[in-house]
Ligand binder design. Structure first.
Ligand code: IMP
Length: 418
């Protein structure tokens, strides 16, 4: 079985939780967990079998589980210094990270220190800052498409690395960056030597893993996709599609929506409700960025946006997350469509200024305030109003819900067999 997990909103839908769920479902059989997009901008939270909370940024979320092989493939942007820190951190917590359970494609592009510097300048110069994670992803992508990037296979070979940097000396000098770049031999010597052991041939991996189970783990969400997202407030990688055809695309959607950084969130909640949903910083399900710690804006479930994302990503079934969080509010709103300058819209308009004019039109339903649903394991265990809510989301998006998450651990999942 080859499965893809794709976020259907603006990232942070809880994809990491579903990686652990599918890893544990694979009951001992080895699972390939594959990252194919994004960079250190991502933040996936995983609760391990031992109940330990781990946040990964670059590493695939399968890494703390013994029955996985994890790979970082083409389409990712890898900051070697951040990757070293992430690997060190996990090893210090007692997890294995070695070529036995991790491979990095020679085709993935690397993010270097100057990319971070360029991004800071770029954000400052913008009329409307994007509110990026300042992970250097944008400038790395620009280099890749300008055919000036450095790939992982070249990064781990000091001679090739030096040669590629030197070929851009005049350009770096003009930008006042050459003094820094010239010292890269010192800065990157350790990551080059250490990370080389993880280098793999991507084509070989596809061949050797042909008969294995694969889980492609998307980072961010379709509404942040460089092409399909709410441009210009998007990331710079392709979120909506895995590199290969898969048997099943699972679209992960939160029972409400969140967004961090700039850009429109049409269904943003009233402040008092938003604070209840966001929760207290430091609590396990609080809505603060796993990478930057910024508070996330919270909004009601947005049907036009989620339906649009499900269609463009080829979602077969949805996995609904954080339904338990809605126990905190007496009433729940669902945005059924937008009113855009007097016109009814059921999708996300491509014209960014139209999107800014979109007013959500809501249906309000009764919630299940104060009822703890975190122990529900069957659909029938849910209060009637919670059942009605999920059925309504299915009807309005036209997409079946296959799983409902009622808490952060893998066991807190309802498999919907309706
Ligand atoms: P960048 O990917 O750092 O360039 O940021 C572009 C936009 O995507 C910003 O609004 C970020 O907050 C957002 N973003 C990037 N990665 C994530 C993520 O993993 N979760 C949520 N938002 C993200």
């Amino acid at each position: 079985m080859k499965r893809t997990l794709i976020g259907l909103q603006w990232g942070d839908e809880g994809k990491g939780k579903f990686v652990s769920y599918f890893v544990l479902q694979s009951s001992g059989k080895r699972l390939y967990v594959i990252r194919y997009n994004g960079a250190a901008n991502a933040g996936h939270t995983i609760i391990t079998q031992q109940g330990e909370k781990i946040a990964t940024h670059l590493l695939p979320s399968g890494i703390p589980f013994p029955n996985t092989y994890n790979a970082m493939l083409c389409g990712m942007y890898i900051d070697p210094l951040k990757l070293m820190l992430e690997i060190d951190g996990l090893k210090m917590q007692g997890y294995e990270v070695s070529p036995v359970n991790l491979g990095i494609s020679g085709l993935a592009h690397v993010t270097l220190d100057y990319h971070n510097a360029m991004e800071r300048q770029d954000e400052k110069a913008r009329e409307r800052p994007i509110g990026t994670t300042l992970s250097g992803v944008g400038p790395t992508t620009v280099d890749k498409y300008a055919r000036k990037g450095i790939r992982f296979a070249e990064f781990v070979e000091p001679e090739a690395f030096r040669r590629l940097l030197a070929s851009r000396k005049a350009e770096f000098e003009a930008k006042g960056l050459w003094d820094k770049v010239e010292r890269y031999d010192d800065i990157y010597v350790c990551p080059q030597a250490f990370l080389k052991q993880f280098l793999i041939d991507e084509a070989e991996l596809y061949k050797s893993g042909e008969n294995e189970d694969w889980l492609y783990e998307g980072a961010q969400g379709v509404l942040l996709d460089i092409d399909y997202g709410t441009y210009e407030f998007v990331t710079t990688s392709h979120v909506a599609r895995p590199p290969h055809d898969t048997d099943e695309v699972v679209g992960v959607a939160k029972a409400y929506v969140t967004r961090v950084g700039g850009g429109p969130l049409p269904t943003k909640m009233e402040q008092d409700i938003e604070e209840k949903i966001r929760g207290a910083r430091g609590t396990v399900d609080a809505e603060y960025g796993a990478t930057t710690g910024r508070p996330r804006s919270c909004g009601w479930f947005d049907i036009p946006a989620t339906k649009y994302a499900a269609t463009l990503s080829g979602t077969d079934k949805m996995a609904l997350t954080k339904l338990d969080v809605l126990s905190r509010v007496p009433e729940i709103k669902v945005c059924t469509h937008y009113d855009c300058k007097g016109k009814k819209l059921q999708s996300v308009p491509a014209n960014r200024f139209d999107l800014e004019q979109c007013k959500p039109v809501y249906k309000t339903i009764r919630g299940w305030p104060g009822i703890d649903i975190s122990n529900a394991r069957e659909f029938a265990d849910l209060p009637q109003t919670a059942q009605d809510y999920t059925k309504m989301l299915e009807d309005l998006t036209g997409c079946k819900i296959g799983w409902i998450s009622v808490g952060p651990s893998a066991e807190q999942t309802i498999l919907c067999s309706r």
